[in-house]
Design a protein. Structure first.
Length: 1034
């Protein structure tokens, strides 16, 4: 275990925060649970994370990679390395072969039962042929029809999956197209996928880092590592090794991260799948996919159906053999039961339901990669959401300003249409000038027609926010800067914690210079001796220092990033026009400045998120924030969007209110809880589960990728169906582990999109709520469709039961059953997929997968023993009516089967003494098939109308809102008429013309079904939780 232990512990460094112990425990658990090859692959991948390029000197790097820190690789060696290592690109995860996908569609679940039924039909036909009995080809037709149904529905399902896969192919855009490389001393641009280890590359602000790069030279270089770490704070890059961990040192820039500003030159040390990003993506591929809840439900349903079909079919087969039937006839009985029990139309219904919902979601900017994932989203009970870009706008925005001893609120809406504070103050004008001039960010050219909030800016997040704020306030910030030419500048650095620049004034008659500074508020304040209040410079005495401290703590407590601003007019005498300012000699003052004010910034919530979180809460869904950001910021955003509700307190809040130590507060009294990575690291899995159980409102901050994965697993351990949102590569393992992973389409990394089941094209959390509603609707509609489909099993089964036990002439034939399944009933069954949601669908708690099954006891009992029984009575009433009107009274029919089926008996007498030949009796039997068929069809019209709702009255839902269902009913009746009255049907499919009275016989039973169900629904609505509700609500 020695090497494995080393690797496991190194794995903790994949994130910004601590969490090593927890990650190690998680990794060991995963390794223990996996198979041999997968475990070995993960172990090898993890060991490779132990890189030391950041600790090597430049000569050692040159020797290791056979390169030069000034001239780069030779062209010949670069070509050799490209051939050896392959292109600099992430290999997509190995996909399932197309033929396997197609085979799954043909041989999964219910299809297997249909193949069995088809095989039995072919066997029966073969036995008939071997015995020379080819008077009818029913069994052959039946087999061919069943095979055709499986193939057609399989092709339809495969087409839907193929179409969804093609949509995802459009997201392959992670690798930048061009990179600047130096080879043989010549600088030129190449496609980034042609880079190899040892290449000397250059990058500048606005470029995407083309590989893992060891920095050799840097000038003001900052990168955005948020896709890797989840932190939006810009990270400085320099040649010095500052940390033992390669992920925390400053001299490594990572593949696919963004260079925000400055320039850098460095050596490529890893490419493609060997980069840190590539290895985290491999970690995601090592996490096993879980079965979706809908797949589990379909399997459960298939098990039930298969069990019943085999049980009843086998019983009928044994009884038939015992009472003297031939093996062939007994096999026909077995096959008839299988055909009656297999809901052939359900295959198409499930596919249509899922693909229809996927299409609806696509119109609302949600792309579904796995159709079954849509229903999973509807079952979701916990959403673990990333903060940046999902709950927030993914752009720093000026939110508050403090000047003239007042805190003013800025406009943080997504369009930032206008500012609400007073802009007439002289102090405000001075503050605005400082934040505009002391700023290195710049708009990318050619964006004049683009709204300011949407413009692309070269610069870090804070300066971008200040520049856009200035542009919205002044109108032309770049032109404003040109009127104050910059003559000297000290960029921000972590030692001084301030940025300074000196400018000439715009008035040519005023030869003075103005020095402007911004930085950490306490550092800026300590360099000031005065403060600007209402345009007047006042001494910075203790009173004003206290006012500053109060404002600073107030803004910081909101979780906002706060900067201080000050200025100083340099006298013309000491610093005349043309003065040579020297940043090395510091020949200008950096103290005795005048404090202008504070500006705070935050990545504000999306406008639609609070309402979406409220809808989740109403629907019984728990939203947990998991972010790499600071706990204070995370808590502030969580409170602003409703994840932490108004009035909810954390343990720290209660302690502060009661003025007692935190350890004296009972943690169960706190409804909310904020846990950071350090705390999570010290918690074992049981403690985390207990925290999740105790506190309904949770925020996790400063978390690493492994900790996010552990959080997901802990939620699942509580029995939750977990949806995870994310955009960075660091999110991909958790996205893969979750019951449903939701990636961001705009800000999402390629690895996150590959790991996810669904992609939000607009990166909007509110779209998830739409997905939840559609997912619930899928389950609701599938339940209704299955209930509708199962109901007719009883009227299809009872004719064979009565046929064998009471010995009446067979009321219903196998080919007729198949027409019920595949012609008249399949269209109403599929049309239920188009049914609108019942009005209360988002006011119900998420379903419990262990208790709220797709097919449960109330559904089976109601469909089989109540509605199914009524339909059976209707069928036999119509059957005996048709027989009686032709001379065969019910009592005479009992025990008549042996004589009725005797081929040699040509003079069988009816109740009136009329003699019937075998051919005439066969004609009457086919007529009875048709009558029973029409009876089931008429009752199924009532059945599909009651299935529109499970709780609400059909009158509340409306009869004509689902136009597809209305068309399906009309089509159902038309097919019945066609089969009855189309010439040639008696000879081909044994359907006979029937009297119009026989259409009317089942109608009162249909009315009874409708009234009976309305009474059931009324009781369910009026007596929630009662016996009636528990037993009759399915």
């Amino acid at each position: 275990m020695g090497k494995a232990e080393n690797y496991e512990l190194h794995q903790v460094e994949l994130g910004p925060g601590p969490g090593g112990d927890m990650a190690a425990k998680m990794s060991k658990k995963k390794a223990a649970s996996g198979g041999g090859k997968r475990k070995e692959k993960l172990e090898n991948m993890k060991k490779e994370m132990e890189i030391n390029d950041h600790q090597l000197s430049v000569p050692e790097l040159e020797q290791k990679y056979r390169t030069s820190a000034t001239k780069g690789l030779s062209a010949s060696l670069a070509a050799e390395l490209l051939l050896r290592d392959g292109p600099n690109a992430l290999r997509p995860p190995r996909g399932t072969p197309e033929y396997v996908k197609f085979a799954r569609q043909l041989a999964g679940g219910l299809q297997c039962l249909m193949w069995v039924a088809a095989a039995i039909c072919l066997i029966a036909f073969a036995i008939q042929a071997s015995e020379g009995d080819l008077t009818t080809d029913d069994n052959l037709y039946l087999a061919l029809a069943l095979i055709a149904v499986v193939v057609v529905t399989g092709c339809f399902g495969y087409y839907q999956e193929f179409k969804s896969t093609n949509i995802i192919a459009s997201f392959k855009n992670l690798v930048p197209q061009q990179a600047t490389v130096i080879r043989d001393g010549d600088k030129f641009q190449i496609n980034a996928d042609q880079l190899v280890v040892g290449d000397l590359v250059e990058m500048k602000g606005g470029d995407r880092v083309p590989a893992d790069i060891r920095i050799l030279q840097a000038q003001g270089c900052k990168v955005d590592n948020s896709s890797l770490t989840g932190e939006s704070e810009p990270q400085t890059r320099s040649p010095e090794c500052t940390h033992e961990s390669p992920l925390e040192t400053r001299n490594i820039a990572f593949f696919s991260t963004m260079c925000l500003e400055g320039t850098a030159q460095g050596l490529v040390v890893n490419t493609g799948d060997r980069t840190i990003i590539g290895r985290i993506a491999s970690l995601a591929s090592g996490v096993e996919n879980e079965k979706t809840p809908i797949a589990i439900e379909i399997e459960h349903f298939v098990d039930i159906i298969a069990g019943l079909a085999i049980l009843f079919g086998g019983t009928f087969f044994i009884v038939a053999m015992c009472i003297g039937y031939t093996f062939l006839r007994a096999m026909v009985f077995f096959m008839a039961i299988v055909v009656a029990y297999v809901p052939e139309g359900l295959l198409a219904t499930v596919t249509v339901c899922l693909s229809l919902t996927a299409k609806r979601l696509a119109s609302k900017n949600c792309v579904v990669k796995n159709l079954e994932a849509v229903e999973t989203l509807g079952s979701t009970s916990v959403i673990c959401s990333d903060k940046t870009g999902t709950l927030t706008q993914n752009r720093m925005t000026v939110s508050h300003l403090w000047f003239d001893n007042h805190i003013h609120s800025a406009d943080t809406t997504e369009d930032q249409s206008g500012q609400t504070f007073d802009q007439s103050s002289e102090t405000w004008r001075a503050l605005c000038r400082v934040l505009t001039l002391c700023n290195r960010a710049a708009f990318k050219s050619g964006q004049d027609a683009v709204p300011v909030p949407k413009r692309i800016v070269i610069g870090d997040a804070s300066e971008t926010a200040l520049l856009k704020f200035s542009e919205l306030t002044l109108g032309n910030s770049m032109g404003y800067r040109e009127r104050f030419p910059k003559v000297c500048e000290i960029p921000f650095n972590s030692t001084n914690k301030f940025q300074l620049s000196i400018h000439t004034l715009e008035d040519p008659r005023d030869p003075r210079h103005v020095l402007v500074m911004k930085g950490a508020p306490e550092r800026v304040l300590e360099r000031c001796s005065s403060i600007l209040i209402k345009g007047q410079e006042l001494p910075l005495d203790e009173q004003w220092r206290e006012a500053f401290q109060t404002a600073y703590l107030s803004l910081g407590g909101l979780g906002e990033r706060v900067l201080g601003f000050c200025q100083l007019y340099l006298s013309e005498k000491d610093y005349p026009h043309g003065y040579a300012f020297d940043v090395e000699a510091m020949n200008f003052p950096t103290s005795g400045l005048c404090f202008a004010g504070l500006v705070s910034m935050i990545d504000p919530p999306r406008a639609t998120v609070p309402d979406a979180v409220l809808k989740c809460r109403t629907a019984g869904i728990r939203v947990i924030m998991v972010t790499g950001d600071h706990p204070i910021t995370a808590k502030a955003i969580a409170a602003s969007v409703g994840i932490i509700s108004e009035g909810s307190e954390t343990v720290e809040d209660i302690a502060a209110r009661l003025r007692v130590p935190v350890d004296q507060v009972n943690r169960k009294d706190a409804r909310a809880c904020v846990i950071n990575g350090m705390q999570l690291k010290d918690m074992d899995p049981s403690e985390l589960v207990e925290a999740l159980r105790t506190h309904p409102e949770m925020v996790f901050a400063r978390t690493s990728p492994q900790q996010k994965l552990v959080i997901v697993e802990s939620c699942q351990r509580l029995g939750a169906i977990v949806a995870v949102t994310g955009d960075g590569v660091n999110d991909s393992p958790a996205l893969k582990k979750a019951d449903i992973g939701v990636a961001m389409g705009i800000a999402g990394s390629d690895a996150a999109k590959n790991a996810a089941d669904m992609i939000l094209l607009d990166d909007n959390f509110a779209s998830i709520v739409t997905g939840v509603e559609q997912g619930r609707l899928i389950f609701d509609n599938l339940k209704k469709s299955i209930a509708y489909t199962l109901t007719k099993n009883i009227p299809e089964l009872t004719p064979y039961l009565i046929y064998i036990t009471v010995s009446v002439p067979l009321p219903l034939g196998c080919i007729t059953i198949l027409f019920i399944e595949l012609c008249t009933d399949i269209f109403p069954s599929v049309s239920l997929a188009y049914e609108k949601a019942e009005s209360d669908i988002m006011h119900l708690r998420p379903r419990n997968p262990k208790r709220d099954r797709l097919v449960n006891e109330p559904l089976a009992a109601y469909s089989y023993f109540q509605i199914g029984a009524i339909q059976s009575f209707a069928g036999f009433t119509d059957y005996f009516t048709a027989m009686a009107q032709e001379g065969w009274f019910p009592l005479l029919c009992v025990g008549l089967r042996p004589q009725w089926e005797d081929h040699h008996l040509q003079d069988l007498q009816d109740s009136y003494g009329q003699e019937w030949t075998f051919g005439q009796r066969l004609y009457q039997q086919y007529t009875c098939y048709t009558v029973f068929f029409i009876s089931i069809e008429m009752c199924q019209i009532a059945d599909v109308l009651i299935r529109k709702t499970r709780r609400l009255s059909a009158f509340q839902q409306g009869f004509f809102r689902n136009r597809i269902l209305v068309i399906a009913i009309v089509f159902q009746v038309c097919i019945g008429c066609f089969l009855c009255y189309c010439p040639g049907m008696p000879n081909i499919f044994n359907f006979m013309p029937i009297r119009y009275q026989w259409w009317l016989v089942p109608m009162p039973f249909g009315l009874l079904i409708f009234v009976y169900d309305e009474i059931r629904k009324l009781g369910v609505r009026c007596c929630p939780g009662s016996w009636w509700d528990q037993e009759l609500y399915y």
